[in-house]
Design a protein. Sequence first.
Length: 77
Amino acid sequence: MELPNKGLPELFEQLGLPSSEEDIEHFFANHSLPQNMRLVDAPFWTPVQAAFLREQFQQDAEWAPVVDELNVRLHED
């Protein structure tokens, strides 16, 4: 089974966000979450973005590993 090559740039594109390496680093420099906040509850997502992220987690869909990476990065101290 061949896994699709999806990473943070592709996830950012899927979310409608700027997706260059610089844009992604800027996003993480300006966004973080407290440990007790779920990724999908972050105030900076649109309702559509939050729904997409929630769906990926719930269905363990193809984007789930990258969404998990996003979650980890946003919860880093």
